[in-house]
Design a protein around this ligand. Structure first.
Ligand SMILES: *Cc1c(COP(=O)(O)O)cnc(C)c1O
Length: 464
């Protein structure tokens, strides 16, 4: 039998698998009671349009603060600014009295401008420039040292300006032996020597690390070892070596864990446009997340029956965390305007929707992955019906610029002028990689607040 390549076999996929994103009550209220306002904002301010919700961010911060208080710990939170560029979040940090973790002069300046005190700013990132080191030095910020040469440059700066640098030494986790970040055991010894011979220029305040996985065990064990290292350093005369920075990477739960498990079991290339496959996905349905993940870490038995929290309390060690994504959980969403729809249901079984914007807004594409929670059709967000199967592409000239390769079952036929809503985008899925490719202007951000159920929506452009 002859096969006609121009007429692909129509595959009956049945309904698309639903990965329904969690919705904070404030988000529900926005989508259901204020959909026409969102539509108007999107028409007025262009596509994509990012909505940011500082009230939700504040709730997330307070959840972490309550955990530290419950455990009787002096815990500090540094919001990892790289996860979102909106000014409203550092503003909230200043109000809440928490710090900000930055890795560039631009981020440092934004944190200061938001009202965050220099002492509450943490500076991370590899081999920091002289400008950034000097800024941190003058503002008495906490500098996470990533290499011996960086420490030597910092010491020289501190000595010449008669100041003292507040320093954490960043460790390369044993479980990440191929990471380019952090000090090895040999480099640590050299760094400690440097601190010893320049005690007036350096104040060693503790140790830091950042694990890219989500293992509670690895994080807790490393933290326990670094507490020991603090005690050794104290014995060597570094009396102020009392802090362990556990880094970021506290996971976020985007969808129901059971649904997530079922999704992974049935996932197959046929469910994606062009049979696309990926190297892996963020654990969107992780079971323990946010403040509960911090609880697990503090409860983790690191030696005998002693938990990390007990060990920290016993030795008067302060714990720092640097969450980005976890503080932004549910604190934003993104609207895209539908420009056109290629309805290929008859030939290929699904449609290709083109929106104004590009996949660079959803930075998972950076990791050869996909932001999987289902996009919603504004005005139809309550419906479970699936009448229209479609993937979503961006308005660029790249074939691979797809916001959603996966075929999504939408509750109504999609038409030009509709708005697609990607939920929970504040953590990395907004602006990490946005670019003015094709001379596109960067998208606006609108800060939205809802003071109570009955009240009107208040909005302003971010930064005003
Ligand atoms: C990116 C980063 C963070 C934040 O990570 P999240 O996964 O967003 O919590 C914290 N610390 C350092 C050093 C980082 O590079």
């Amino acid at each position: 039998m002859e096969r006609n390549d121009d007429l692909p076999l129509q595959q009956d996929l049945g309904p698309a698998f639903k990965l329904a994103p969690h919705q904070h009550p404030l988000v529900v209220s926005l989508l259901q009671r204020h959909a026409s306002m969102l539509d108007e904002l999107s028409r007025g301010l262009g596509s994509p349009l990012h909505i940011v919700l500082p009230q939700v961010f504040t709730e997330n911060v307070q959840r972490f603060q309550r955990v530290f208080a419950e455990y009787g710990l002096t815990g500090s939170i540094l919001y990892a600014k790289k996860a979102n560029k909106a000014d409203t979040f550092p503003n909230a940090c200043a109000k809440l009295g928490i710090g900000v973790d930055v890795a560039s002069i631009g981020e440092f300046t934004k944190a200061l401008a938001a009202g965050v005190r220099g002492e509450r700013i943490g500076v991370s990132g590899p081999e920091k420039t002289e400008g950034l080191l000097n800024l941190a030095l003058q503002h008495r910020s906490l500098i996470a040292i990533d290499s011996v040469s960086e420490l030597q440059r910092l010491v020289a700066l501190a000595t010449s300006s008669g100041t003292t640098a507040r320093v954490l030494l960043r460790f390369r986790p044993p479980s990440q032996a191929s990471s380019r970040f952090g000090l090895t055991a040999t480099e640590y010894r050299a760094a400690l020597e440097c601190c010893t011979s320049h005690k007036s220029g350096v104040r060693l305040e503790g140790f830091s690390f950042h694990l890219s996985g989500y293992s509670t065990e690895k994080r807790a064990e490393l933290a326990g070892q670094l507490i020991e290292l603090c005690l050794q350093a104290q014995a060597l005369g570094f009396k102020s070596c009392t802090q362990i920075d556990l880094g970021g990477g506290l996971p976020v739960q985007y969808v129901d864990p059971e649904q997530w498990c079922r999704f992974l079991k049935q996932d197959a290339p046929a469910q994606y446009h062009a049979g696309k496959t990926f190297s892996g996905f963020y654990p969107y349905g992780t079971i323990r997340h946010g403040a509960d993940a911090l609880r697990d870490l503090l409860d983790y038995p690191i030696e005998g029956g002693t938990s990390l929290a007990q060990k920290a309390r016993r030795h008067g060690i302060d714990l720092l965390i640097e969450p980005g994504r976890a503080l932004l959980d549910q604190a934003g969403l993104t609207l895209f305007e539908v420009l056109g729809v290629k309805d290929r249901h008859a030939s290929e079984g699904y449609a290709i929707v083109t929106v104004q914007g590009s996949s660079l807004s959803l930075s998972e594409q950076w990791f050869n992955s996909e932001y999987l929670p289902d996009p919603q059709l504004l005005g139809h967000t309550e419906s479970d019906a699936q009448v229209f199967l479609a993937c979503v592409g961006g308005s660029t000239c790249l074939d691979s610029d797809m916001l959603t390769w996966r075929k999504i079952g939408f509750p109504a036929p999609i038409q030009p002028g509709d708005r697609l809503v990607y939920l929970n985008t504040a953590g990395y899925q907004m602006d990490s990689n946005e670019s003015p490719f094709h001379e596109a202007s960067l998208s606006s951000k609108v800060v939205v607040e809802l003071h109570d159920e009955a009240s009107a929506l208040h909005w302003r452009l971010d930064g005003l």
